[in-house]
Design a protein around this ligand. Structure first.
Ligand SMILES: [Zn+2]
Length: 327
């Protein structure tokens, strides 16, 4: 009888301790268990949900593309930039052109069966780069926005900010040196390095490496920004900075020396009021024997990288005239 009473008393004591004391020392008890049994996975309430929402949430509804196949489309949006990357079923759109480029983007996505942009990169807040971003955010599922810390007091910028807030799109501000993966390729953010008071010099500069093939996307990067970049800028394909401008050290000899591109792509509008691309840029490209593509003369241009070579949708242009000269 005594033994039974002792057992009941012990059970009640354990139960009381479990209910009252254990929760207070939850962490300590877990630590003791971990020490004895080895670490186990905690349910971490502080987990960064933004990071988790980047690439993993569409894995089940994509058709896998051939391994290492990366398609880059330089969309003809007139004066401005908009570049679509399709990387093993994932999509990245670098800039959107002006607001009136939306119809062209919509048509491009529809032709390709794209309903979601996994990564929307807004290199800097100028209207020829973010103009159609409000419409993209409104009409497409956007996984993550990558953008420069530079802001603007323009209405266009405000509309984009409102759309980001309304549709609750996560925003990431990459730092120089950050890398990430989208599909198969590796994406490395090279710039901006310093925070300066000039939107062009705050352009996100992105290098994409797919096997042995590489691309450098420069936004409207100036010579000043380029000089601050310490990362490896060498690439097979250079998206010429600032629509082929030669002002502010854009597309200088130094840039071509550092990138050593085999191909250069210029995204600009035919007859644009800035005279893009400038004469000095075209001279550099011609003299160095770089194969050149330009949206003002050839419209939308695309290429496919196999990881071991790049195949283009059109022949390179032999037209090196600058934007302000008669042909
Ligand atoms: Zn621009």
């Amino acid at each position: 009888m005594k033994t039974i009473r002792r057992i009941i008393f012990a059970c009640i004591t354990i139960w009381v301790l479990a209910v009252t004391v254990a929760p207070k020392y939850d962490k300590q008890i877990n630590a003791i268990f971990e020490k004895v049994l080895g670490p186990y996975h905690h349910e971490d309430k502080d987990v960064n949900t933004e990071e988790l929402s980047t690439w993993n949430d569409t894995e089940n509804d994509i058709t896998p593309a051939p391994k290492n196949s990366l398609e880059v489309t330089f969309i003809d949006v007139g004066q401005g930039d908009s570049i679509l990357i399709e990387d093993a079923g994932k999509t990245m759109l670098i800039d959107t052109g002006y607001w009136d480029a939306y119809d062209t983007l919509k048509q491009t996505f529809s032709d390709k069966g794209i309903e979601r942009i996994d990564a929307l990169v807004l290199t800097h807040p100028d209207a020829d780069h973010i103009g159609a971003a409000e419409d993209i955010i409104t009409h497409y599922q956007v996984g993550m926005i990558y953008t420069s810390v530079a802001d603007s007091d323009s209405k266009t910028y405000q509309y984009v900010q409102d759309a980001i807030e309304l549709y609750n799109v996560p925003v990431n501000y990459p730092q120089a040196g950050d890398t990430m993966q989208l599909g198969n390729a590796v994406y490395e953010w090279l710039g901006p390095v310093n925070d300066v008071d000039d939107t062009n010099s705050m352009s996100l500069v992105l290098k994409v490496v797919n096997g042995n093939d590489s691309f450098l996307f420069t936004g409207d990067m100036t010579g000043k920004e380029m000089k601050d970049i310490t990362g490896d800028m060498s690439a097979d394909v250079l998206k010429a900075a600032h629509h082929g401008s030669a002002n502010e050290g854009c597309n200088s000899s130094e840039l071509f020396d550092r990138v050593k591109p085999e191909y250069a792509v210029i995204s600009c509008g035919k007859g644009n009021r800035y005279g893009h691309p400038h004469k000095e840029t075209m001279q550099e490209i011609k003299e160095r024997g770089i194969k050149c593509f330009r949206t003002d003369e050839q419209g939308t241009i695309s290429c496919t990288s196999t990881g071991n070579g790049i195949v283009w949708s059109v022949e390179p242009t032999t037209d090196y005239h600058n934007g302000s000269s008669e042909k």
